[in-house]
Design a protein around this ligand. Sequence first.
Ligand code: 0GY
Length: 309
Amino acid sequence: MASTNALQGEFVKTPGWLDWYAGPSTPRFKLPPGSVDAHCHVFGPGAEFPFAPERKYTPCDASRHQLFALRDHLGFDKNVIVQATCHGADNRALLDALRHSNNKARGIATVRRSVTDAELQEMHAAGVRGTRFNFVKRLVDFTPKEELMEIAQRIAPLGWQVVIYFEAVDLPELWDFFTALPTTVVVDHMGRPDVTKPVDGPQFQLFVKMMKEHPNIWSKVSCPERLSVAGPPALHGERNAYRDVVPFARHLVETFPDRVIWGTDWPHPNLKDHMPDDGLLVDYIPHIATTPALQQKLLVDNPTRLYWA
Ligand code: 0GY
């Protein structure tokens, strides 16, 4: 696997951009057969699938070929590819990856209210099963909630889900909108808790309460490398990383064993300090799903039910 480092067609990477790690180790944890990497992205390649004018960052290239090579190296069977904000609502790179996946990838697209029914049907045929609403201010411009609700109502009849990405401090303000969504709702990265606060403290417990009261809400228990404060960073060779995030993910896995999924988040956009070894990230899984039964649900049964039913 090789990463391109300089120009991506006419695009110049954001200064300080960290490229994905091209030499991932072989995980010690053996993934159960049929495991799904349920949160990952493709970037470009920029020369073939240009990045969106409204993007907030310009990444390195991360092609479908490279993603599928990582899938095979780590021992995953399938991918769920999430449209990254650097491509805006231009889903061509995503659709190209889905169409070349041999039914081993599903997609979460970004759509605007101007999307036509024919375009939605075409995306569905390619393997799209949801749309993503992003509330992280450093990544996207604001979209009015009525516009998002209109989109949610349009995609609901297709059986699609809404994926939501937000920071934990914003949950109180977003609660009414999230809990009114008419679809299955999947939360990225546990709603980004502040892991220096206690698991049983008010911030994380508000998120738990939302899942308890709303059985249509699921969570990705992903991204310890993004949420960890104590570290240590996933030093290549360090197999005990991100312990400060474990109690949060484990709490969700044990409380909602049938509504959690996991993903690598490759190629790890916007990490500033370190780039994880994806093999080590896989070795984090048995710390949050501690029995074979929980691992089977998290990695196989739940994502298969959600995306391949
Ligand atoms: C992630 C996280 C991030 C970025 C995006 O679409 C994106 O640009 O999702 C982030 O910067 O936190 O899940 O990939």
